[in-house]
Design a protein around this ligand. Structure first.
Ligand code: HEC
Length: 157
């Protein structure tokens, strides 16, 4: 590993892990604070979806993205999340799946990336102050909440 990478890890891991845990406490409290999206928010969520999710899940979210065939586990059809749970869209569960903290990090059996960590990292940028970290955590949480709401809007009726 390059020295720069090692430094980055040494810096990031101690800062990031507590921040991510702080950012995503009990998910019940997270989705309770979710509300309907304004149309600019919906557009942001759709843009995030196209950038980060559609490679696997497909632009129409049905699971037919360009890399889908290379995965061991087929990407889920995200228009049928509710249908698979008896018609109920469990926002908390969806939030957890996207944020990724539920996944066994060390085992990595899931092919679904951990978006919580990536979004926090993007939002922290160069900042290592605790205030920056808290802001980053909030930004990342909001981003995932928007994605959850977005998915809710595309559920098959
Ligand atoms: C590298 C491929 C890949 C990318 C990119 C990806 N996913 Fe997934 N996703 C999967 C796979 C594979 C599954 C199937 C189950 C598993 O492995 O956990 C899945 C499952 C899910 C589920 C669970 C659905 C259910 O009902 O069980 C949700 C929700 C989800 N993805 C949302 C997203 C969102 C939102 C993004 C973008 C921020 C995203 N995914 C990006 C591969 C991907």
């Amino acid at each position: 590993m390059k020295l720069q990478m090692r430094l980055l890890f040494a810096l990031f891991l101690p800062v990031l892990l507590p921040v991510v845990t702080y950012a995503f406490p009990a998910s019940a409290t997270v989705t309770e604070t979710m509300r309907a999206l304004t149309s600019p928010e919906l557009a942001k969520a759709a843009a995030d979806f196209n950038t980060y999710c559609s490679v696997c899940h497909g632009r129409d979210a049905t699971g037919n993205g360009p890399v889908a065939e290379e995965l061991k586990t087929p990407p889920a059809d995200l228009t049928r999340i509710a249908a698979r749970s008896g018609g109920v869209f469990h926002a908390d569960a969806v939030f957890k799946t996207i944020e990724g903290l539920d996944m066994p990090l060390a085992h990595g059996t899931s092919e679904m990336p951990i978006w919580g960590a990536l979004f926090v990292r993007q939002a922290v940028g160069e900042g290592v102050l605790i205030e920056d970290a808290k802001t980053a955590a909030r930004v990342a949480t909001d981003r995932i909440k928007r994605l959850v709401r977005y998915l809710e809007t595309i559920q098959e009726k």
